[in-house]
Design a protein around this ligand. Structure first.
Ligand SMILES: *[C@@H]1O[C@H](CO)[C@@H](O)[C@H](O)[C@H]1NC(C)=O
Ligand SMILES: *[C@@H]1O[C@H](CO)[C@@H](O)[C@H](O)[C@H]1NC(C)=O
Ligand SMILES: *[C@@H]1O[C@H](CO)[C@@H](O)[C@H](O)[C@H]1NC(C)=O
Ligand SMILES: *[C@@H]1O[C@H](CO)[C@@H](O)[C@H](O)[C@H]1NC(C)=O
Ligand SMILES: *[C@@H]1O[C@H](CO)[C@@H](O)[C@H](O)[C@H]1NC(C)=O
Ligand SMILES: *[C@@H]1O[C@H](CO)[C@@H](O)[C@H](O)[C@H]1NC(C)=O
Ligand SMILES: *[C@@H]1O[C@H](CO)[C@@H](O)[C@H](O)[C@H]1NC(C)=O
Ligand SMILES: *[C@@H]1O[C@H](CO)[C@@H](O)[C@H](O)[C@H]1NC(C)=O
Ligand SMILES: *[C@@H]1O[C@H](CO)[C@@H](O)[C@H](O)[C@H]1NC(C)=O
Ligand SMILES: *[C@@H]1O[C@H](CO)[C@@H](O)[C@H](O)[C@H]1NC(C)=O
Ligand SMILES: *[C@@H]1O[C@H](CO)[C@@H](O)[C@H](O)[C@H]1NC(C)=O
Length: 417
């Protein structure tokens, strides 16, 4: 072999070795006691742009097969989310924090820490710090008791860092030590046909219709407390307004969908200062959390979450929510009522249109609504006729007075003749 060929040969060798290092998915298992809570098999590449003395440089490092679980891994518990932390190389780590609601689990936080002191990976780096990037938009979610699977590579861009995951098989909140046989397959793996797959099982899921739906019918929903009595009552019509990328229309649309009370199931829970109503229609889950301030005895709608798996999505599941809301304010023992239509803004992508709301999340007696507190919009709409009425009455009086004065004057006129 001539010296000239040697570099080429070693590059080929390196590339082949590199290919093996990259292509091999690495497996991890997080256990709490004897049971497995998170299992993952994944491949990843991290491409990082970093500062050097005279500019910037970039590097790509794969998740090596020598990566192991770090101390940050936990099955979680009260107030602690399950987390898988994977450490590799000279102080680098990838962490996935999971969260769930009634139907789904997802990677709530995806973060990467990298050690710029590692001069092999980051030659000539001007910083020697350990940097961390984090996102809550990992796009990884799956139905509970199913395995999340994504062969395709998906890249999360976080400023100067790109995290690419591929060949992923993963499950959290596991109910056994082995992967569930049912899978939630990521949208990138699904065939990109725009026609409705004939194999799709007939499910009672809702999807936006091209024409706007009419006013939604009001449903009666209630939640039973632990002592067997009704603790939350709600009677309302609901219309979802969700902005999402539509598979059928190949563009971002505002899908408006009415909840059909006849197909909606209510569940939930009541505690002393928090009450939750969960409405489920097919693969649409909408939850309302009410909070009671026990000092002021006032309650309000404090959080709302929507998770949906409509067939028109390009992703398996859309989850949106907001836990700093302040809607539907009422007083303990009384109900809140609003016949006017209300728009409850939740996030930029999701708002809820409510019709004929009547709710009582706390202090329900004998399965019945307490005395109602009307919303300000309704009292305004009551006020407007009163104001208009008063103004009209005033006008009538003025006209009458003017008429009487006029009559008197004309009388006086006749008398002078
Ligand atoms: C784990 O399993 C062993 C044997 O099966 C048992 O003795 C032990 O109590 C278990 N530990 C926990 C935390 O469940
Ligand atoms: C920065 O300096 C290194 C070595 O000193 C050199 O190889 C590289 O080309 C320089 N980059 C720029 C953008 O000037
Ligand atoms: C970062 O890398 C340096 C040099 O390789 C090493 O001495 C240091 O312990 C690493 N830091 C961490 C937090 O692992
Ligand atoms: C995700 O990260 C953000 C910012 O680091 C943090 O505020 C939030 O509590 C994290 N969420 C979870 C579920 O750990
Ligand atoms: C998941 O499986 C566990 C154990 O089989 C069961 O208790 C739980 O209700 C299931 N959850 C869902 C959402 O299916
Ligand atoms: C049931 O529990 C609620 C609080 O959750 C309480 O207000 C109510 O009085 C209880 N009813 C009975 C019959 O114990
Ligand atoms: C849905 O929300 C968008 C803003 O996000 C708004 O422009 C649109 O009018 C809303 N549609 C309905 C039917 O409320
Ligand atoms: C969707 O729209 C994009 C650009 O608007 C276009 O490139 C693409 O071919 C379209 N896809 C389908 C399936 O129509
Ligand atoms: C719900 O069911 C009732 C009785 O079965 C029916 O009268 C009503 O039209 C249904 N509502 C909707 C929205 O389908
Ligand atoms: C509860 O209400 C009191 C009195 O209005 C107020 O001072 C306090 O901040 C409220 N507490 C919470 C947690 O909002
Ligand atoms: C949550 O709701 C509050 C109050 O309406 C709003 O200020 C905030 O921007 C919302 N958060 C998100 C993430 O949309």
């Amino acid at each position: 072999m001539t010296p000239k060929l040697l570099p080429a040969f070693s590059i080929t060798c390196f590339a082949v070795l590199g290919w093996f290092a990259v292509a091999r998915a690495v497996s991890f298992e997080v256990k709490g006691g004897n049971s497995t809570c998170i299992k993952a098999q994944l491949s990843a590449n991290f491409s990082i742009t970093y500062s050097v003395t005279n500019g910037t440089d970039s590097t790509t490092l794969p998740l090596p097969s020598t990566a192991v679980l770090g101390n940050g891994s936990t099955c979680g518990g009260v107030g602690v989310s399950p987390q898988m932390q994977v450490v590799f190389g000279d102080g680098h780590s990838l962490a996935l924090v999971f969260s769930r609601n009634g139907l789904l689990y997802r990677v709530a936080n995806l973060s990467l820490s990298f050690n710029l002191s590692d001069s092999v990976t980051f030659p000539l780096s001007s910083s020697k710090d350990v940097m961390t990037v984090v996102t809550n938009a990992s796009g990884i979610s799956a139905q509970l008791n199913t395995t999340y699977r994504c062969q395709s590579s998906t890249t999360v861009r976080l400023g100067d860092v790109n995290i690419t995951l591929y060949d992923v098989q993963m499950e959290a909140y596991m109910s056994s030590d082995v992967f569930s046989s049912k899978e939630s397959v990521c949208s990138a793996d699904q065939p990109t046909t725009t026609t409705v797959a004939p194999t799709e099982s007939p499910r009672t899921t809702i999807s936006p219709s091209p024409t706007p739906p009419g006013i939604p019918a009001a449903g009666n929903y209630s939640v039973m407390g632990t002592n067997g009595t009704v603790c939350l009552l709600a009677r309302l019509g609901l219309q979802l307004n969700l902005t999402y990328f539509s598979k059928s229309q190949n563009m971002t649309i505002q899908g408006t969908v009415n909840l059909d009370p006849n197909k909606t199931l209510a569940s939930g829970s009541c505690e002393s200062t928090a009450a939750t109503l969960l409405l489920t229609e097919g693969l649409t889950n909408l939850s309302f959390t009410f909070t009671l301030n026990s000092t002021s005895n006032k309650y309000h709608l404090s959080a709302m979450n929507l998770s949906a798996a409509w067939p028109d999505f390009t992703v398996p599941i859309v989850s949106v929510g907001n836990s700093t809301l302040n809607y539907l304010q009422g007083t303990l023992g009384r109900s809140y009522r609003c016949t006017s239509e209300q728009v409850l803004f939740v996030t930029n992508d999701f708002s809820l249109n409510t019709f004929k709301v009547w709710v009582q999340p706390f202090g329900v007696k004998n399965d019945q609504f307490g005395s109602a507190e009307e919303c300000t919009m309704d009292s305004e709409s009551v006020l407007i006729p009163i104001i208009v009425g008063a103004a009209l009455a005033g006008l009538v009086v003025i006209v009458l007075v003017a008429y009487l004065i006029g009559r008197k004057r004309s009388h006086a006129g006749y008398q002078t003749i």
